[in-house]
Write a protein that binds this ligand. Structure first.
Ligand code: 7TS
Length: 422
């Protein structure tokens, strides 16, 4: 199966043509409750371009077969397409070797894989796992489970009132007992871009391994795992224009080689007998059972699409939108942003005096706008800011200033409905 060509001009000298990009996403021309859809829930999941949708349909129409097992034509083609996607993702994150990338269900499964396959055999009751206050539940609970299983201790590095990790404090939470640091590249609730390279270097100095949760970074910025210097990097396909149920765990070759399998089943073995089973090479050792073949292929197409536009250009465009959105939102009386870090990705989390987040979200939905409300699966960080939840508008490469204007007008209407002063 040939990968579908992208419609995007890869030249970095062409202006960022958001209208052209929008035309690649069929859902963006739909209406919701009689109004044009304004989709601002990209941190939860992104929309999909036509090339990704087509790749899924085309795979089932022309190629569908199980992979790595068959000698027949379709099986070979399906295997080639699946492995080609792995190489595209390798390029996407700057990994040295394709076999360092394991297809998983998403960031959640990638983190659980490391906690169980690496952590369970490595940690003892004297050891510590260091996370930070701004993590998504997916980067908290797997480590709590691991600590319950091994007797290790979970240590949490604090953040300041802007939602930034305090590097000095972080350092004081590292010790010779810290075996792994698990850290978000970008916070889903606040938008903070963490200084991961610096924190990774500090963690390594203390002798700890580092896992980066890149779920919110992958759609928005260039990722280079070799430059970052981390040991594991997990991300999710559906937030970066790809299908749901597919993601990547990248790990250093020597670490993955040394780890035991996470799950047992077909494909992850070399030979099986009742007396002794030997395991396949990486990455197959960690891909038990029939994987999400079409998901991987669709994710490869999504990664190609983002690479063709250029992640640096996307980051620049989204930063301009974020700056514009921040100014416009702060012009609304009674609105406070939660998450005001110096270095931020395109997330606008806020509360408005006199109106609860859930009602705001419901009223915006009536106007065709999709935002997220609640704790965003980051309850500890909500507690840190003393709020139950926020309204979160999260932007992607296809959002526009006009959509931010629509959000601001919508919020002004909400204030009127709540009878709040102008
Ligand atoms: N890590 C971060 C930082 C996330 O934002 C999310 C999902 C995950 C991990 C888990 O990703 P999954 O694909 O494995 O579920 N974040 C969100 C969100 O902010 N709203 O909905 C899902």
């Amino acid at each position: 199966m040939s990968a579908a060509p992208t419609k995007v001009d890869a030249s970095s000298t062409t202006p960022f043509d958001v209208e052209r990009i929008r035309s690649d996403f069929p859902i963006l021309s739909s209406t919701v409750n009689g109004s044009p859809l304004v989709y601002l829930d990209n941190a939860a999941t992104s929309q999909k371009p036509q090339v990704v949708i087509d790749s899924i349909r085309e795979y089932y129409e022309t190629t569908n077969a199980n992979i790595h097992r068959g000698v027949h034509r379709l099986s070979v083609q399906a295997t080639d397409a699946y492995e080609k996607a792995r190489r595209t993702l390798q390029r996407f994150i700057g990994a040295e070797r394709a076999e360092e990338l394991i297809f998983v269900r998403g960031a959640t499964e990638g983190i659980n894989l490391v906690a169980q396959a690496w952590g369970r055999s490595t940690l003892t009751e004297d050891d510590e796992v260091l996370i930070t206050c701004l993590e998504h539940h997916s980067n908290i609970v797997p480590w709590q489970l691991l600590c319950e299983q091994t007797g290790a201790t979970l240590v949490v590095a604090p953040i300041n009132d802007d939602g930034e990790i305090l590097v000095d404090e972080f350092q004081t939470h590292l010790s010779e007992n810290t075996k792994i640091v698990a850290l978000a590249h970008v916070s889903n609730a606040l938008g903070t871009i963490n200084p991961v390279k610096e924190l990774i270097a500090l963690a390594h100095k203390a002798g700890a391994k580092v896992l980066i949760d890149g779920a919110q970074a992958a759609p928005h910025m260039t990722i280079d795992v070799q430059d970052l210097g981390c040991d594991f990097y997990a991300f999710t396909g559906h937030k970066m224009l790809g299908p749901t149920g597919i993601g990547i765990l990248w790990g250093r070759h020597e670490l993955l080689e040394a780890m035991s399998p996470y799950q047992g089943g077909g494909e992850m073995i070399r030979s099986v007998s009742f007396e002794k089973t030997t395991y396949n090479d990486i990455p197959h050792k960690f891909e038990a059972g029939t994987p999400n073949i079409v998901g991987a292929i669709g994710l490869g197409v999504a990664a190609d699409y983002l690479l063709a536009i250029g992640l640096d250009r996307i980051a620049t465009y989204e930063h301009e939108l974020l700056t514009y959105g921040t100014e416009r939102l702060l012009s609304i009386p009674g609105l406070s942003l939660i998450g005001t870090a110096q270095s931020k990705a395109s997330i606008l989390s806020f509360v408005m005096e006199g109106a609860d987040a859930y009602s705001i979200g419901t009223m915006l939905d009536e106007m065709g706008m999709a935002v997220r409300t609640g704790h965003h699966c980051a309850e500890p960080v909500m507690a840190r800011f003393g709020v139950d939840g926020t309204v979160r508008a999260s932007l992607a490469l296809y959002n526009t200033r006009e959509e931010i204007d629509a959000l601001v007008e919508g919020l002004i209407k909400v204030r009127r409905i709540f009878d709040l002063s102008e």
